[in-house]
Design a protein around this ligand. Sequence first.
Ligand code: AMP
Length: 277
Amino acid sequence: MIIARKLDELITARRKLPGTVGLVPTMGFLHEGHLSLVRRAGQECTSVIVTIFVNPTQFGKNEDLDQYPRDIDHDLQLLEQAKVDIVWIPPATEMYPAGFQTWVEVTELTKPLEGEIRPGHFRGVTTIVAKLFNAVRPDTAYFGQKDAQQCAVIRQMTRDLSYPIQINICPTLREPDGLAKSSRNSYLDPKQRKAAVILFQALSKAKDAFDNGERKAETIRKLAADVINSEPNAVLQYVSCADFETLSEINNIDQKAILSLAVFIGKTRLIDNFILG
Ligand code: AMP
């Protein structure tokens, strides 16, 4: 496994890779969710490149950039075991050199949900992903359904900028009790960790109602919200039932929809979602 840091190291190593290339962008502190993307890339592509970069421009001023968990040695062990060809760990000064002033922005899909609560977040995401695409030139890039809006935004950017890259979305990997795996779960103390299962329970309750024929989005939202509000250690930030493509809130679920939640457990903000239909 080649560990590239500087851009020219990545480009030199990339040139030598045979066949098709799969890219898995991450912020590190890897878990089984990340590894499921890496394994799928390994099954579908000749070579796999994983990037580890805690992208400062996608964090808001009062967010957790400084505390974001990091363990590069462990990450490298996991990626070596997963037979990754290249790990690219670019320094921030190389991705954002002094005087940096060019941004990639998806205008509409980034307005609601995470985009509304985290202004500038998606501008940071699309800018870094565009830079990773430009440098790595993958055939296929892998993203997790766990970050549903990010998937929609990246698909849009890829279409709009004519990147010849296939975007593959992978299902959310969960802990045995249903909590979506996330690097941020490491912030939770044991009591909070127990409470955090409430996101999965809320989504499950609403999905059961959908599976039993409920089609009113407001009823589905309320079912999920009531479950979250029943947990004293959880504070609901939003519950959304939106069109899968446009991410606009809907009244009736008559085509594929996405039910998503953002919830504070203590100071830790967790997101999760289920696809309906
Ligand atoms: P992150 O390191 O959090 O930026 O995540 C890197 C990639 O892994 C993103 O495409 C995420 O959507 C994906 N990912 C994160 N958690 C999970 C999970 N539990 N299951 C599947 N994919 C995930």
